[in-house]
Design a protein around this ligand. Structure first.
Ligand code: MG
Length: 388
């Protein structure tokens, strides 16, 4: 039984080590919403809302999530008895449409709380609750391979240099952000630098269109460069044209923004829109949906991998737990915290070994990280506490 006695919502501003550029713009300081959840039995955990400041990746933002959490989501769940963590999704689904990142922040916290209360690591609880993992008796992975996501670079040579450095650090896969006009030459330079056998992927964040001949030509040129996947080339809400494009390309398309839940995953599979899914639990409303997508894709022979949303070490703990499931067969965007943050808010920052692997904290209950509460206090710009 889970019963939330208290939820504290806070916003922190976490300074980045270097600006991160995507086709949508530059981020220098990450605004992050954190939640602290307490059960009536005294168990506590932290969770993170992955929404960004601007509605460029998702319609959810820090502001809309603050509103949705305070007004609708927290009041629905607080003080309510839930027999299992799946109940949180069912309650939210019945009363709140959209606001998936806000819902996920609490829903995933409920899963972590359930793991803590049962004396299980979050990864172990997810493995028990995943049909694919439980049917095959698969234990969660002890290590998850990690890739790196490189923001858009000023020129192809810089991208080549940074790709070489990433390979030397041990990363198992390099993903490059691309946009029309900053694509084919960049990918060629990176491919030349790291060699034929190394896993390279690109992410367009929806910036290409089949209405533009130049875009199609660029996509066809990249199709010959040995990429492991082309992520979200077309619009965020478009499955039909992705299916058309997938028929043109031999490189697998991977969908990120277009997959908002299990229903769109089913549509993607029916249409043949992609052959790989970037599964971010915050984007799909939390772990109940993430598990459903993981299991559906496993059944269809479609691999998934865990993308990043510039999470702090708290959000990273949730991603690492999810990525330990059996159908996460591609490296995740799970770079060490020191790559992003001047100082992370967890006591033992996430690290990567020389083989490019992150250790899953299977020996610890719940999320498996301790939060630097003093630092969180210093970084907090606003907070609100809700009680049952
Ligand atoms: Mg992406």
């Amino acid at each position: 039984m889970i019963r939330l006695a208290r939820i504290t919502l806070r916003e922190i501003r976490l300074p980045l080590r270097e600006p991160f550029e995507t086709s949508a713009g530059v981020v220098e300081q990450r605004r992050i919403l954190l939640l602290q959840l307490a059960d009536t039995d005294g168990s506590e955990t932290w969770s993170e809302c992955v929404a960004e400041a601007l509605p460029t990746y998702s319609p959810d933002t820090v502001e809309t999530c603050w509103l949705a959490l305070s007004r609708w989501i927290v009041p629905l769940l607080i003080g309510r008895s839930m027999s299992a963590p799946r109940d949180a999704h069912a309650i939210l689904e019945a009363h709140v449409r959209g606001h998936r990142m806000a819902r996920a922040a609490v829903e995933m916290g409920v899963w972590a709380l359930a793991a803590t209360k049962s004396g299980l690591s979050l990864a172990s609880l997810l493995a028990v609750e995943s049909e694919t993992a439980s049917a095959s008796g698969a234990e969660p992975r002890a290590f998850v391979e990690t890739g790196i996501a490189l923001g858009m670079q000023p020129d192809p040579d810089t991208l080549a240099e940074r790709s070489l450095a990433a390979r030397a650090e041990g990363y198992r896969r390099i993903k490059m952000k691309i946009a029309p006009g900053k694509d084919v030459q960049y990918v060629r330079a990176a491919r030349k630098a790291v060699g034929k056998g190394f896993t390279l992927t690109v992410d367009a964040n929806g910036s290409y269109s089949l209405d533009d001949r130049k875009h199609i030509k660029a996509l066809e040129a990249m199709d010959t460069l040995g990429l492991a996947m082309i992520e979200q080339p077309l619009a965020h809400d478009d499955l039909v044209h992705h299916a058309e494009l997938q028929r043109l390309l031999s490189t697998p398309i991977c969908l990120d923004e277009s997959i908002s839940g299990d229903a769109s995953t089913e549509e993607m599979l029916a249409l043949g829109s992609a052959r790989i899914v970037n599964l971010k639990p915050g984007r799909v409303g939390g772990f109940q949906q993430a598990l459903a997508i993981h299991d559906r894709c496993a059944g269809a022979g479609v691999p998934v991998w865990c993308g990043g949303m510039l999470e702090s070490g708290i959000g990273r703990a949730y991603n690492v737990a999810l990525a330990s499931l059996p159908n996460f067969t591609e490296p995740g965007d799970l770079s060490p915290g020191s790559r992003y943050w001047q100082r992370d808010i967890v006591v033992q920052p996430w690290t990567m070994d020389a083989q490019g692997r992150v250790k899953v904290p299977l020996d610890r209950n719940g999320i498996g990280v301790d939060v630097d509460t003093a630092l969180v206090g210093e970084l907090t710009v606003r907070s609100a506490t809700f009680r049952a």
